[in-house]
Design a protein around this ligand. Structure first.
Ligand SMILES: Cc1cc2nc3c(=O)[nH]c(=O)nc-3n(C[C@H](O)[C@H](O)[C@H](O)COP(=O)(O)OP(=O)(O)OC[C@H]3O[C@@H](n4cnc5c(N)ncnc54)[C@H](O)[C@@H]3O)c2cc1C
Length: 374
């Protein structure tokens, strides 16, 4: 069984039964995250010698897609964990790795990303947090605008200006740090409603330098070499999964909806064309995502080009096919009978998440013409 099949098996058993409830109640699916921990998904990317499963970026992609096919919120929150963990594994000190990996493996803790700020928005790699440096520790103040898995994740990867002029650093902020506060009352997402993506306040949070990742000023390098590939491919995977869910739901609706003469929507040629186009779009995006993951596993120098292309394709396919699927779904889908309306609302997050699809499209244009990004 590959990682996609494993995630699908898990999601059919635990996620499908409560996917509608997660959206309706807009509540983080803690029970599913407890199960993900129990079944070893949190340690997917941890090397075997450290007690993990030694997964590759392809396993990361397949699990995110498999979970998102049942619920994009579950796929996205899980994806953030792997991304933050990869940064810690890649450049954290041995002591930091030992502590966090130990807690992920033995206590089933998981991580999240706290990058975006209200001011710099989609340009998250230009953080404006206030940071003071004392002897062996930093004091951080300011606000992150949207932090998925807020209050539930045990560790938050936070990007802050560096002691080294003009540079940035990644820090790990533990849940429960004094001065750390979440504004859950300010999460009102139109979709991805179980995400708990609320603002995070840091009020003079004291952090030992133990929690800094890598050398002073190495944050931007970490963002572009570790966080970006795992995050952008992760988003491509989540929205490939959501796209497949849209295609499946549209087909199910079209075949189940019968007219008084016994014929179904699926017998109508216009509907057949819509369904065929949806199927092609979402499967092309999923295939591009799988291709990008293969290139990343091989370490191809231009893998990032395909990763960005996959994210753009998967995001646009999810949004655009959700519009056609709603058309096929008619008044029933509009009146929230079946999942199509939820899937459409979830799809709209795909173009926004930083770096946004507009920004990535420009980056892709630059990369294929040998120009530097960002
Ligand atoms: C469901 C969800 C979950 C999220 N979870 C997290 C999380 O866990 N952690 C986190 O750090 N952040 C998270 N975010 C935040 C997200 O990643 C974005 O950074 C943030 O929403 C963008 O902020 P903004 O609206 O201020 O963007 P703005 O900077 O105002 O950009 C808005 C739009 O303007 C356009 N635009 C802006 N600049 C350019 C440019 N240079 N070129 C081309 N177009 C441009 C783009 O179309 C962009 O989408 C989440 C967002 C969503 C929707």
């Amino acid at each position: 069984m590959n990682s996609y099949e494993r995630a699908r098996e898990f999601a059919k058993k635990y996620v499908d039964p409560i996917a509608t409830k997660i959206d309706e109640e807009a509540k983080f699916p803690k029970e599913i995250f407890d199960k993900l921990g129990e079944e070893g998904f949190f340690k997917l990317m941890i090397p075997k010698e450290m007690g993990g499963e030694g997964g590759t970026i392809k396993d990361h992609s397949q699990v995110c897609q498999g979970l998102a096919e049942s619920c994009a919120t579950v796929g996205l929150c899980y994806m953030m964990h792997n991304v933050a963990l990869m940064c810690i594994l890649g450049q954290g000190s041995e002591e930091l790795k030992k502590k966090i990996v130990g807690e992920v493996v033995n206590e089933r803790k998981f991580c999240a990303l706290a990058y975006s700020e209200l001011g710099t928005g989609t340009h998250f790699y230009k953080p404006e947090l206030n940071i003071k440096h004392l002897d062996g520790e930093a004091v951080i103040s300011g606000k992150k605008s949207m932090v998925t898995s807020a209050e539930y994740a045990s560790y938050y990867l936070v990007l802050a200006p560096s002691k080294k002029e003009g540079e940035i650093d990644n820090w790990v902020v533990p849940l429960g740090s004094e001065g750390l506060k979440f504004e859950m009352e300010n999460w009102h997402g139109m979709g991805m409603r179980g995400n708990a993506s609320c603002p995070m306040e840091l009020n003079d949070v004291h952090l030992d330098e133990f929690y800094k990742i890598g050398e002073w000023g190495s944050g931007l390098g970490q963002v572009f070499t570790i966080v970006a590939p795992f995050f952008i491919l992760g988003l491509a995977s989540v929205y490939s999964g959501l796209g497949r869910a849209i295609s499946r739901a549209a087909v199910e609706h079209a075949t189940a909806r019968k007219y008084p003469d016994g014929s179904s929507l699926a017998n109508i040629e216009t509907v057949q064309i819509h369904l065929a186009n949806i199927y092609n779009r979402v499967n092309a995006a999923a295939a591009l995502t799988a291709h990008a993951a293969d290139k990343a596993v091989r370490g191809d120098a231009d893998a990032v080009v395909d990763i960005i292309a996959a994210r753009i394709a998967a995001s646009e396919a999810a949004i655009e096919t959700s519009i056609d699927a709603m058309r096929v779904g008619g008044g029933k889908a509009y009146n929230k009978s079946g999942p199509l309306e939820r899937l459409m609302r979830d799809a709209y997050a795909s173009q926004i998440m930083a770096p946004s699809v507009d920004v990535l499209t420009i980056w892709l244009g630059k990369l294929i013409t040998d120009q530097p990004i960002p």
